[in-house]
Design a protein around this ligand. Structure first.
Ligand SMILES: NC(=O)c1ccc[n+]([C@@H]2O[C@H](COP(=O)([O-])OP(=O)(O)OC[C@H]3O[C@@H](n4cnc5c(N)ncnc54)[C@H](OP(=O)(O)O)[C@@H]3O)[C@@H](O)[C@H]2O)c1
Length: 326
């Protein structure tokens, strides 16, 4: 079938385009064309989805039957997609756990019982929630929204796992939060991408929380895997939360994937049973870590993070000060 990826030149969208090609679809991507091009074999359509005329112009003569939407970051983008693509057979949309009204901290129960954010503030979760409503209103049960948590894997521009891999590969004494038993759940971008193509093909509808299962690993388990995969001699130097916060270490940003204990207590308690019922796969985390490391070693220049996000990681002077104190 003709499958359109909104996005498709980076990370998740790129894996969607690859998966769709592998499943025999005729694939096009729609992007501005400013930050890269899609994989070979894909028709590259260009335009800004915030411009109401852009999608209709790009799609003249090429009418998609299926859509996977990885690039929606504004209400206007959702409105314009709803206007141009209401007739497709299946539309899989990438949303976020942030669309839920009460997360973080959580817990998040089954999708149908969990309210999503309302209100017109210019905020990521509120925009994703509104975009879901706008698209569901025209597509009905042909619209599926995948509320993703942490997405990891090769081609990840956000670079949270990537930073840990590079730091751990350098070896020596590594500042880690004294919270290595904190749970972590993640989905490999390739697993999510293939599944998005499948649910679009099937014309599935509804909301699905698409993160890894509760209890899949811990922060310590993930960092140990990074050390095994990079083969370095890194030695953990656990620093208590109070000390990290007093030193202005920002959770999630300076020490990626770390959350303060009061948030972490329930932030990772997320019911993903619907995703499992609908066949969202979960490859071994070791494979994800190893493949991400292989990709990082191969890239000539690390791409900038998307949407103006700051590059994560512990600033060298902060790390030096924390290590000097112990
Ligand atoms: N990373 C995570 O852990 C995480 C967690 C939860 C949810 N999510 C969601 O998962 C998705 C990740 O998608 P991704 O990795 O494929 O995307 P991405 O790295 O954010 O790439 C965005 C794509 O959209 C295109 N784009 C950006 N602005 C555009 C515009 N105005 N008009 C048309 N195209 C535009 C970009 O190409 P050009 O720059 O050339 O236009 C690029 O191809 C996002 O929706 C994100 O919100 C991520």
């Amino acid at each position: 079938m003709r499958l359109l990826v909104l996005g498709g030149t980076h990370f998740l969208g790129r894996h969607v385009a690859t998966a769709a090609l592998e499943r025999g679809h005729e694939v096009a991507t729609f992007t501005r064309g400013v930050s890269g091009e899609p994989p070979e074999g894909v028709r590259a359509l260009h335009g800004d989805r915030d411009d109401p005329a852009a999608l209709p112009a790009a799609l003249a003569g090429w009418a998609p039957e299926l859509v996977v939407d990885t690039s929606c970051q504004t209400r206007a983008a959702a409105r314009h997609a709803a206007a141009a693509l209401a007739g497709v057979r299946g539309y899989a949309f990438v949303s976020s756990l942030n669309a839920y009204a009460h997360w973080p901290p959580g817990p998040i129960g089954a999708e149908d019982g969990e309210p999503t954010r309302t209100g017109d503030e210019d905020e990521y979760g509120a925009i994703k929630a509104e975009a879901e409503r706008v698209l569901a209103a025209v597509l009905g049960d042909r619209f599926l929204t995948a509320r993703a948590g942490l997405i990891v894997g090769p081609h990840d521009r956000v670079d949270r796992l990537g930073w840990w891999l590079r730091r751990i590969a350098r070896g020596g004494r590594v500042v880690v939060p004294d919270a290595l038993d904190q749970p972590i759940a993640a989905v490999d971008a390739r697993d999510l991408a293939g599944w998005l193509v499948e649910v679009a093909e099937q014309g599935r509808g509804g909301a699905v929380t698409t993160t890894g299962p509760v209890g899949m690993t811990t922060l310590g388990g993930l960092l140990d895997l990074c050390r095994t995969v990079t083969g370095g001699d890194a030695e953990w130097v656990p620093v208590p939360e109070a000390e990290l916060l007093a030193a202005q270490v920002e959770p999630w940003l300076h020490l990626p994937l770390w959350l303060p204990a009061d948030v972490a207590r329930t932030a990772w308690d997320v019911d993903t049973s619907r995703a499992r019922e609908l066949g969202l796969p979960g490859r071994p985390l070791r494979d994800t870590v190893a493949d991400t490391w292989a990709w990082l070693r191969a890239v000539e220049r690390l791409p900038d993070p998307p949407h103006g996000l700051p590059r994560p990681g512990l600033p060298a002077e902060l790390e030096a000060a924390l290590l000097a104190a112990r």
